[in-house]
Write a protein that binds this ligand. Sequence first.
Ligand code: C2E
Ligand code: CA
Ligand code: CA
Ligand code: CA
Length: 275
Amino acid sequence: SQQRLSVTWTQYTRALEQHTRAVVTTTRELRSALECNDLRLYYQPKVDMNDGRLVSAEALLRWQHPERGLLPPAAFIPLAEQSQLIAPMGEWVLRQACQDMRQWQDAGLTVAPISVNISLVQFQLGSVPDIVSRALTDFGIAPHQLTLEITESVFEEHCEALKVDLNAINRMGVKLSLDDFGMGYSSLGHLNDYPFDEIKIDKSFIWQLSGRAYGQAIVKAVHAIAEAIGAQVVAEGVESAEHVEALQRLGCWIGQGFYYSRPMPASQWQIQLAG
Ligand code: C2E
Ligand code: CA
Ligand code: CA
Ligand code: CA
């Protein structure tokens, strides 16, 4: 059995080495992706489910990898956070979103507000309010046109500096959205201490809606809480007409999901806005 153990150990260290090598390689590639302009922003609409009208859109990051093709954020955001590349990457996302809005405005299109996801790690690495305000100024975008989406884990940080930053962003007139709501545990008691304008109900709850009392109770509860703090509710992961109906019955009007549209590259988005 000692022999078996050592074989297992060798396999283990080999796997670990391979993993470490992959991390190092991908981190190096990610750095060059930033320099070579291989990152892309896709946009997905948030829709008024009553009439299908566009309310705003969320910018979602993609990596156009030279060999591996188009990669979703799950394949590289964690690495970007570990390697601190999330700071320049997050700044790129913000500026690209502002630049896209500028371009749409210059083309005479009615531009919906845009939401950008911000990693909490980014708040630790630099002054997010400064980066946001610079991006808005440089591209001449009004603050209310921009929303920052921050995940619910914001409450786990209990960090005064983070709260100061969020308040500064709120005072600038930039909107704040609480992402993936319902996934954490400690959030309810803290919600009122933060200036959120929007709450996004995580898709896992939307998918529990059909005929399930529990899913409906959650959506109802979130809706009541949002109302109490004056925030709007957005349902994520709306995939079917059944989802839409169930949400409407619960008084939920804004939806985002494949039922309405998949995330699209900026170029297609522009065509859609024009048409
Ligand atoms: P998220 O912010 O919760 O974004 C929603 C995710 O759900 C997106 O995945 C979107 O494509 C997907 N989605 C939208 N509607 C549906 C639907 O009806 N069904 C299903 N199954 N999925 C739907 P995506 O683009 O892969 O992004 C994953 C996560 O990566 C995002 O989750 C967000 O946390 C993070 N992320 C994306 N872009 C950025 C970014 O620029 N910066 C940072 N820090 N994180 C980002
Ligand atoms: Ca989001
Ligand atoms: Ca606000
Ligand atoms: Ca989400």
